[in-house]
Design a protein around this ligand. Structure first.
Ligand SMILES: Nc1ncnc2c1ncn2[C@@H]1O[C@H](COP(=O)(O)OP(=O)(O)O)[C@@H](O)[C@H]1O
Ligand SMILES: Nc1ccn([C@H]2C[C@H](O)[C@@H](COP(=O)(O)OP(=O)(O)O)O2)c(=O)n1
Length: 248
């Protein structure tokens, strides 16, 4: 991650969406750190509420049980891109939210409207209080959470590239590395399908988002591309151009 912090001319709100393994988290953290912006990982929030439900005996195959529990846990996200943090009811959730058990259940939990309402409110409150600007990454940020964002980016990559990236970092619940590429790709495609086909706020490119296909790009190239887009959006914002123009 680059260590230099350059000043952005205006406090911008940046929405970065896309499917799993396209580079949202790595890119968002690096761009935010480089430009001195706050950072919010909304997937971590959905993972944290899922982890809390699994740890507190909520049946995650029962939509009504999930809906009834949606308001119960306190979910707290850090917004420092150099030290991302997430907790549920005061317990550090950063490790447990990355287990396969949580990954397998998170699409079902995050499809429940009561969960989305709760987490969306939290996200808007965090974005509204980020006075210096923020990069928010997820699935529905440009379409639902922050439709007025100054810049919307939609990252894509081929399923093969995404599975190869993901398989390098996944661990089983016993802490062993996941090496089955085909199974990783299958699980990832199934999650994309669930996230894109749910009724409430599905994974979808916003009409005014800039699409970046990262398949053939290095992470550094993607970061550079998004930094340039943010700087342009910030400059347009400072000049008082309409938000829709800033997102192009
Ligand atoms: N353009 C890229 N080329 C190669 N690897 C990448 C690229 N972008 C991200 N990665 C790697 O792929 C993995 C998944 O990236 P991540 O940012 O977590 O994706 P997402 O948040 O979209 O699921 C990470 O290990 C990251 O380092
Ligand atoms: N804004 C968001 C962010 C994530 N989600 C849900 C759907 C995703 O499959 C899970 C996990 O998201 P996360 O970004 O952590 O997933 P990956 O890092 O891409 O594997 O959360 C969502 O519904 N809306």
């Amino acid at each position: 991650m680059p260590t230099t912090v350059s000043a952005t001319p205006a406090a911008v709100i940046v929405a970065i969406d896309g499917p799993s393994g396209t580079g949202k988290s790595s890119t968002s953290k690096a761009v935010a750190a480089q430009l001195g912006l706050s950072y919010l990982d909304t997937g971590a929030q959905y993972r944290a509420i899922t982890w809390w439900m699994l740890s507190n005996g909520v049946d995650v195959s029962d939509q009504q049980a999930i809906a009834a529990a949606a308001d119960k846990p306190s979910i707290v996200s850090g917004t420092d891109p150099r030290q991302p943090a997430i907790s549920a009811d005061g317990l550090d959730a950063a490790g447990p939210i990355r287990t396969q058990e949580v990954t397998a259940a998170v699409s079902a939990v995050s499809a429940v409207p009561e969960v989305r309402t709760r987490i969306t409110e939290l996200q808007r409150t965090i974005a509204a209080s980020a006075d210096g600007g923020i990069v928010v990454e997820g699935r529905d940020i440009g379409t639902t959470v922050l439709p007025g964002a100054d810049l919307k980016v939609f990252l894509t990559a081929s399923p093969e590239a995404r599975a190869a990236r993901r398989s390098g970092e996944l661990k089983t619940t016993e802490g062993k590395p996941v090496t089955d590429l085909a199974a990783t790709q299958q699980a990832l495609t199934a999650r994309d399908k669930a996230d894109s086909s749910r009724k409430t706020s599905p994974l979808k490119k916003a009409d005014d988002a800039v699409e970046v296909d990262t398949t053939e790009l290095t992470l550094e190239q993607v970061i550079e591309c998004v930094v340039t887009l943010v700087e342009k959006a910030a400059a347009r914002k400072a000049e008082g151009e309409p938000v829709e123009e800033a997102a192009r």
